[in-house]
Design a protein around this ligand. Structure first.
Ligand SMILES: NC(=O)c1ccc[n+]([C@@H]2O[C@H](COP(=O)([O-])OP(=O)(O)OC[C@H]3O[C@@H](n4cnc5c(N)ncnc54)[C@H](O)[C@@H]3O)[C@@H](O)[C@H]2O)c1
Length: 472
């Protein structure tokens, strides 16, 4: 008998060894035992650099100033209001996230940005028309002091707008060098100990991954030769990473989601994430679709349309920019519903997304969804969603959280060396993942992933929701 036991033990060990050897290099176990425990403290100021000082950027900065002054609440921000359960349900430990991990405080944030228009942040916020004049007046001093640096811009990538505040250079590499100088200057003038860049500029025209994107060498050569597949957003991303600054992409452009940028981020241990803030309609989609799949309800069609009257809406009226957005919005359903696994339920879905520029609504978008589902024995049903939302009000807390979490990642060796920060998928319509890995779109899986990442970093038990021990 003893012999049998021993050989069984050997089999178990062999199986363990086999499982271990299947783990790909660079993909680490999520066990708390593996975290290296070192998160550098958030000492000094954090400089936030924003290409695109439009509706989202100004609503974010004005909001941070208002919260600092104590005249408003940071509603919608997980870093400011969210809690995290630690240990068992019976332990009663649910600290605020900002008390659990060392995040920069709002008082430590300093801002700068680039735009093709010369308006300072106060004037730009007035033009955007998102926030009330009374509120803006209370933060006017700070906002007026933020004037945009000259942008790297090319009308061919954003057809609906043009502006005077644009850099000139002999090629894209030269423009990148000018941006790098801006970054160095801001680091010095602001006294910031750390920086992050977050793209809040217009959606660029659709670009397919091409040869110039495949390696850092090809990208630099392409920039020198003004390759048309290298968009201005890529020039910003390159400049940031070369200056050692993490980069988040709030728009659906490829930008940092190309092999050359992955390489740069990985080599220099710089956090990157994107694409496209998940705010209104896609937020709802990634909540409802998981519910259908959980209950095995079929889906035959999902028609989504929007009316939007801000500058973003105007930019998206151009077919090239719309195509970039459309691709980003369409991906979520396919990945959540997994038609290959459930062909009877999701094998034949008609999914349509429209965005219509309608100036009277300004930033107050209306997103309609008509959803055709079917249940038991194939009987059809319909769901209508009419979300009268405010685009930038939904986006601003996402910008804040991304800034603070990217900064956390750059102070955490275990995260920064990954480059792509998939744990921040929660905030994106089209989350960046390692090449070949399908993205998680389900909002609640994304939230569990985010919170488990934080627990893991702090050496806390991951929460699996198994819960058998409560009944022992
Ligand atoms: N608000 C939302 O809910 C939401 C959600 C997801 C994504 N987004 C994306 O966020 C971005 C910003 O949205 P917004 O509503 O603030 O738009 P906006 O038009 O108000 O602001 C964009 C700003 O970017 C500037 N710009 C364009 N190209 C630039 C460049 N190359 N360099 C510097 N500045 C440049 C424009 O002049 C403009 O001021 C858009 O790409 C939008 O698609 C917004």
């Amino acid at each position: 008998m003893a012999k049998v036991k021993k050989s069984r033990a050997k089999v178990v060990n062999a199986a363990r060894v086999e499982v271990k050897s299947e783990v790909k290099p660079g993909v680490k176990s999520a066990s708390p035992a593996h975290h290296d425990g070192s998160i550098e403290p958030a000492k000094g100021k954090l400089g936030v650099m924003i290409p695109g000082m439009g509706a989202v950027a100004t609503t974010f900065v004005a909001g941070v100033e208002a919260v600092r002054k104590g005249i408003a609440q940071p509603i919608g921000s997980l870093t400011q209001m969210g809690t995290i359960r630690l240990g068992k349900r019976t332990d009663g430990r649910s600290p605020k996230i900002k008390e659990f991990v060392p995040l920069a405080g709002l008082n430590d944030l300093v801002f700068t940005g680039w735009d093709i228009f010369e308006d300072n942040m106060y004037a730009a916020a007035q033009n955007a028309g998102v926030l009330e004049r009374d509120l803006l007046a209370k933060v006017k001093g700070r906002l007026s002091a933020i004037t945009p640096m000259k942008a790297v811009f090319d009308h061919n990538y954003v057809k609906k707008i043009d502006g005077p505040n644009v850099k000139k250079g002999k090629n894209k590499l030269d423009l990148a060098e000018q941006l790098r100088q801006d970054i160095r200057d801001f680091r010095k003038s602001s006294g910031a100990s750390r920086l992050v860049t977050i793209w809040c500029a217009s959606t660029e025209t659709f670009i397919e991954p091409s040869a110039a994107h495949q390696s850092l060498k090809a990208l630099e050569k392409g920039m020198k030769e003004n390759d048309e597949n290298i968009a201005p957003s890529m020039v910003y991303a390159y400049a940031s990473l070369m200056e050692g600054v993490p980069f988040a992409n709030g728009a659906p452009n490829l930008t940092v989601d190309i092999p050359a940028m992955h390489e740069l981020a990985h080599e220099r241990e710089l956090p990157i994430c994107g694409k496209d803030f998940k705010t209104g309609q896609t937020l709802m989609k990634t909540v409802l679709a998981p519910a259908f799949k959980a209950r095995l309800l079929g889906l035959s069609g999902w028609y989504s349309t929007n009316i939007l009257g801000n500058r973003d809406g105007e930019v998206l009226d151009d077919p090239g920019s719309f195509k970039t957005k459309e691709e980003s919005k369409l991906g979520a359903l396919e990945h959540i519903l997994q038609p290959a696994l459930y062909p009877e339920l999701y094998g034949n879905i008609f999914h349509k997304v429209r965005i219509n520029y309608y100036p009277p609504r300004g930033d107050n978008k209306e997103g309609w969804d008509n959803i055709d589902i079917f249940g038991w024995l194939g009987y059809p049903m319909q769901i209508k969603v009419d979300f009268l939302c405010r685009d930038s009000i939904l986006a601003a807390p996402i910008v804040l959280d991304l800034v603070l979490f990217l900064d956390l990642a750059q102070r955490t060796p275990e995260l920064r060396r990954l480059g792509i920060q998939e744990w921040l998928s929660f905030y994106f319509k089209s989350p960046m993942t390692a090449p070949g890995l399908y993205p998680e779109h389900d909002l609640f899986i994304q939230l569990i992933k985010l919170k488990n990442t934080l627990r893991h970093l702090k050496g806390e038990e991951l929460i699996t929701h198994l819960g058998l021990e409560y009944y022992d």
